[in-house]
Design a protein around this ligand. Structure first.
Ligand SMILES: [Zn+2]
Length: 235
């Protein structure tokens, strides 16, 4: 990679989603001096087995900021409610304005198919927001901004038709990432899913597939899966 510093923005439905699914890559970018922003559409405040949504929201917001601080990133929590996120034009233009304001080069979000409605809504919101942000004719206060690439992170809740396309070696930042994940209570203690075990093991599996120690993978839109040559490439 050249020395140019870029801005990587990850937009997840709930605080914790992007941290788990692409957190090691975000750590790698931040550690190498790039700007990294984690945007949470909601705090994910309805997921606690005991605490009320109001109380848990305060905790999740604190945890989101703590994780971001540990890897050298910024966290942003948008004003939407867990489980009630709508892929409305209003929300899409909110994210459009955010893209125009912060000008990310690379955007990461959820894959289109998910067992969670907020994840699917986030995919639709981000995809249209990227489009709206890039077109001058969508007149807003801020001038247009075109991102350079959109990637979809690998999430156990978004598995249908997800095909890893980009593999990124995260061996060097694995330990920092795991330590930062401990900011979140649910990641180590959820009674519903063994998050830490799953994503730890997944990084080993994906690493083995690309003959590295650990890796995180990303999908792209199917239309982008093409390589163009004049003759067959050979190694
Ligand atoms: Zn989620």
């Amino acid at each position: 990679m050249d020395n140019k510093k870029i801005h990587v923005m990850a937009i997840g439905a709930h605080a914790g989603d992007m941290e788990l699914t692409c957190g090691a890559v975000l750590t790698k970018y931040a550690m190498n001096g790039h700007k990294v922003t984690l945007v949470h559409m909601t705090s994910g405040e309805k997921g606690h087995p005991i605490l009320s949504g109001d109380v848990y929201k305060k905790q999740k917001d604190k945890e989101a900021n703590e994780f971001a601080g540990k890897i050298g990133a910024q966290a942003m929590i948008l004003p939407y409610k867990d489980g009630e996120l709508l892929d409305s034009e209003e929300v899409k233009f909110y994210v459009c304005d955010l893209i125009r304001q912060y000008k990310p080069d690379i955007l990461i979000t959820h894959w289109k198919n998910s067992i969670h409605k907020d994840h699917e809504a986030t995919y639709k919101i981000v995809k249209d927001a990227v489009f709206y942000a890039s077109i001058k004719s969508f007149q807003r206060d801020l001038s247009p901004h075109c991102i350079r690439a959109l990637y979809f992170a690998e999430n156990w809740e978004d598995p249908e038709d997800f095909k890893p396309y980009i593999y990124i070696d995260v061996s060097e930042t694995y330990n920092i990432w795991i330590e930062a994940l401990k900011s979140y209570e649910f990641i180590g203690n959820s009674p519903y899913f063994k998050y830490l075990d799953y994503y730890n093991a997944l990084s080993i599996v994906r690493g083995a597939e690309c003959r590295r120690e650990r890796a995180e993978t990303f999908a792209i839109e199917p239309l982008g899966i093409k390589q163009i040559f004049d003759y067959f490439p050979v190694k």
